[in-house]
Design a protein around this ligand. Structure first.
Ligand SMILES: NC(=O)c1ccc[n+]([C@@H]2O[C@H](COP(=O)([O-])OP(=O)(O)OC[C@H]3O[C@@H](n4cnc5c(N)ncnc54)[C@H](OP(=O)(O)O)[C@@H]3O)[C@@H](O)[C@H]2O)c1
Length: 325
């Protein structure tokens, strides 16, 4: 496992980040503990969560993923400094009008909830989950800057921002001498390229932001378990994967399978992650394994890189019009 700087910061993170949206949703507490321990044993030091994970699961109040991580660290006696914890704020955590968003008020109360559930007194990377069109960016950044100065947060980042909003945020931080977003968490994979590659990649490259893409396996589609001629896959995420069921993407899977074979029995998912790991603008793809077998498979991509020729094949198979062709 390689450790890289998160963008221009001095923080070293593993080349794979463990996502935890599945905790308390498709993975129960016992399995989540195993996945956390297995990831650490595999060399991962970087864990991504969010206060709202996984509020959408029936009967789940939200905050469950953070609580599982906090309880696991305590139970296993994991030294706090060995783990880099990234969490997020923005989503709806209650029924009141101020229980969501990126206002000073909500950020200040949300961070206390996250710290409590994680059982820690600081968050390594605090990310805005998506932008808040009802709050001025200078209000959000000044609240985040206060958290950095108080030592409750070490670095700040954002997720799901279009390029102009990210540029505006970087400009306001510079103008007002506030902490700036040092990372971006975009939706990015071989079958979802334009959103990040349009302008965001260039902003991140130019201004030295770390890039930690989410859904690198397109919710399971880029594992090859969905096939045009196969029976229905037993997964809570099967419906979400259907948007990728196109002739072009079936052809892509066939090419990836062939490439994996030529590289010595590498799985389709390992090729998908290696494609991302071969791009210097990417810091750490965020994997989201639901089982120990999936974790073992995903970990097998650490250190795997594609040749120029292989990158070209995947590029030709996916560049532009990736989702709907
Ligand atoms: N910022 C945001 O807005 C945002 C949004 C989404 C996610 N995220 C973050 O990114 C992380 C990863 O997202 P994601 O779960 O969508 O990632 P993903 O890599 O696209 O999908 C992961 C899912 O693919 C399936 N899978 C993975 N490896 C497999 C294998 N070897 N064989 C078969 N199936 C396999 C599993 O689903 P099943 O087994 O259930 O089918 C697994 O839960 C999340 O945990 C979260 O931390 C952030």
């Amino acid at each position: 496992m390689e450790y890289r700087n998160l963008g221009r910061t001095g923080l070293k993170v593993s080349e794979l980040c463990l996502g935890t949206m599945q905790f308390g949703w498709t993975a129960n507490e016992a399995t989540s503990y195993k996945i956390l321990s297995g990831a650490i044993d595999g060399g991962i030091n970087f864990i991504d969560t969010a206060d709202i994970y996984s509020r959408w699961a029936s009967g789940n109040p939200g905050g469950v993923s953070e609580k599982i991580i906090g309880d696991w660290m305590k139970k296993k006696g994991i030294p706090r400094h060995q783990i880099i914890i990234a969490t997020k704020v923005r989503g709806k955590m209650g029924d009141g009008p101020n229980d969501e968003g990126l206002s000073r008020g909500h950020i200040m109360s949300a961070v206390e909830g996250s710290l409590k559930r994680l059982g820690t007194d600081y968050i390594d990377l605090y990310q805005t989950h998506w932008f808040d069109e009802n709050t001025p960016i200078d209000e959000t950044l000044s609240a985040l800057d206060d958290l950095v100065r108080q030592g409750k947060v070490r670095y700040i980042g954002c997720s799901n921002y279009p390029a102009w909003r990210l540029m505006e945020a970087l400009w306001v931080s510079d103008r007002d001498s506030l902490a700036r977003f040092d990372s971006l968490q975009p939706h990015y994979s071989l079958v979802h390229r334009e959103e990040f590659e349009g302008q965001l990649a260039e902003v991140c490259r130019t201004y030295g932001l770390g890039v930690i893409p989410y859904s690198p396996l397109a919710g399971g589609f880029l594992t090859g378990k969905y096939r045009p001629d196969s029976d229905q896959v037993d997964s809570q995420r099967a419906k979400g994967a259907q948007r990728y069921f196109t002739e072009r993407n079936w052809d892509l899977l066939a090419k990836m399978e062939e490439m994996g074979g030529e590289k010595g029995d590498k799985s389709i998912s390992q090729i998908a992650l290696a494609w991302m790991l071969s791009d210097p603008v990417i810091t750490s793809p965020i994997i989201g394994p639901r089982t120990m077998d999936q974790l073992a498979d995903n970990l097998g991509s650490a250190g795997l890189r594609l040749t120029k020729k292989e990158l070209q094949i995947l590029d030709e198979a996916t560049k532009a019009k990736s989702e709907s062709n």
